[in-house]
Design a binder for this molecule. Structure first.
Ligand code: DP6
Length: 345
């Protein structure tokens, strides 16, 4: 390809993130621009590892997820994302995107896919770095983050490690809406993930978000109040004030669910076990353990606490829900290229 490196296989790894101030709703569907900013913790567990292998013999992109062929929907999303990477790589190299080969994508999630555990975040963050390296597209961290956003909004935050803010940007500007790592205030958090239901969710977050934006009378209030909560969360993080971080995260998550419960028809991810887990967290607090709940687009509950309390919280969750998977995580790293060596955001 004129002026560019020949396409070659590349592998990247990224971790999921859990939002403490949620992203829920877009202001621009095509560009995946969010209605508000958000803030998350990149986890140290359950990474996605993705290899992109450009192959001139392929008539179309092909994809495996956990060793199985991707569904048509999954492959469509991946292939549209690869088209974007190929278009940018070709533009950077002064080449024709049609001359770039299609690719095989092999992605492995060490976490149940589609269960509200943010596998699309780690998936598109890993795909961004692997695809950019495969097609020779150089990216800064901010550029990688803005590009990952086009695959899945929350993926822009998994480009960076630890505590991360997603800047919403303004208007229809693509490049300004990306994540940035927060300054390290020394605060250390743990998340205990109660996998109450590992199955695929009833309605995916993209469709649920769309319905909320289009029909929920609470959505404008969500957009209006989220920037204040985000500012309060940044202050609490800067002050390393765990109880305040916990209170803000729990109320923000419940408010997100209230907003989607107001959609027509309602979007309800709560299961009976979800309510039982929220009760448990309240009980732990009443007993003096610093524990706060958050939830995403699924029935699972994640409990925020100090790292020193994580084992006690996990033991309480296991005791209340015998036999379920309980994952414990602290702060994890940003996405990085693992092959060829020497890359990363
Ligand atoms: C509830 O990033 O999966 O986890 O941008 O449509 O791909 P798309 O949505 P996605 O939504 C995540 C929503 C959330 C909250 C959050 O992570 O901030």
């Amino acid at each position: 390809m004129p002026g560019g490196a020949a396409p070659r296989p590349a592998t990247a790894r990224a971790h999921p993130n859990i939002a403490l101030i949620k992203y829920w709703g877009k202001r621009d569907e095509a560009l995946q621009l969010p209605a508000t900013g958000s803030l998350s913790l990149t986890l140290g567990i359950a990474p996605t590892t993705t290899t992109v292998t450009p192959d001139g013999s392929l008539a179309a992109d092909a994809g495996l997820l956990g060793g199985e062929p991707m569904s048509a929907t999954e492959l469509g999303r991946v292939s549209r994302f690869l088209d974007l990477v190929r278009a940018r790589a070709a533009a950077a190299a002064g080449a024709d995107p049609a001359d770039l080969p299609r690719a095989r994508v092999d992605s492995v999630n060490e976490i149940p896919t589609g269960a509200g555990l943010a596998s699309s975040a780690s998936g598109f963050a890993a795909l961004t770095l692997a695809a950019a390296a495969a097609y020779g597209l150089p990216l800064t961290g901010a550029q990688a983050s803005a590009l990952a956003r086009r695959g899945s909004g929350s993926a822009c935050r998994s480009i960076f490690g630890s505590l991360v803010e997603w800047l919403p940007g303004a208007g229809a500007e693509d490049a300004a809406s990306h994540a940035v790592p927060l300054p390290d205030s020394g605060v250390r958090l743990a998340l205990v993930v109660a996998v109450l239901s590992p199955g695929r969710k009833k309605i995916d977050s993209r469709e649920a978000m769309r319905r909320t934006v289009a029909t929920s009378p609470s959505f404008p209030a969500w957009v209006e109040s989220t920037p204040r909560e985000l500012a309060a969360m940044k202050e609490a993080i800067a002050a390393a004030d765990l109880p305040r971080i916990g209170e803000l995260a729990e109320s923000n998550a419940l408010r997100m669910h209230a907003t989607m419960l107001g959609a027509i028809p309602p979007v309800r991810y709560f299961a009976p076990a979800t309510i039982a887990a929220l009760d448990l967290v309240e009980r732990l607090r009443a007993e003096g353990l610093g524990a706060w709940a958050t939830m995403d687009a699924g029935p699972n509950v994640k409990v925020l606490c100090a790292p020193a309390d994580a084992e006690a919280v996990a033991a309480a969750v296991r005791g209340a829900f015998p036999g379920i998977d309980v994952l414990v995580s602290g702060h994890g790293p940003g996405a990085r290229l693992t092959s060829p060596a020497g890359g990363g955001a």
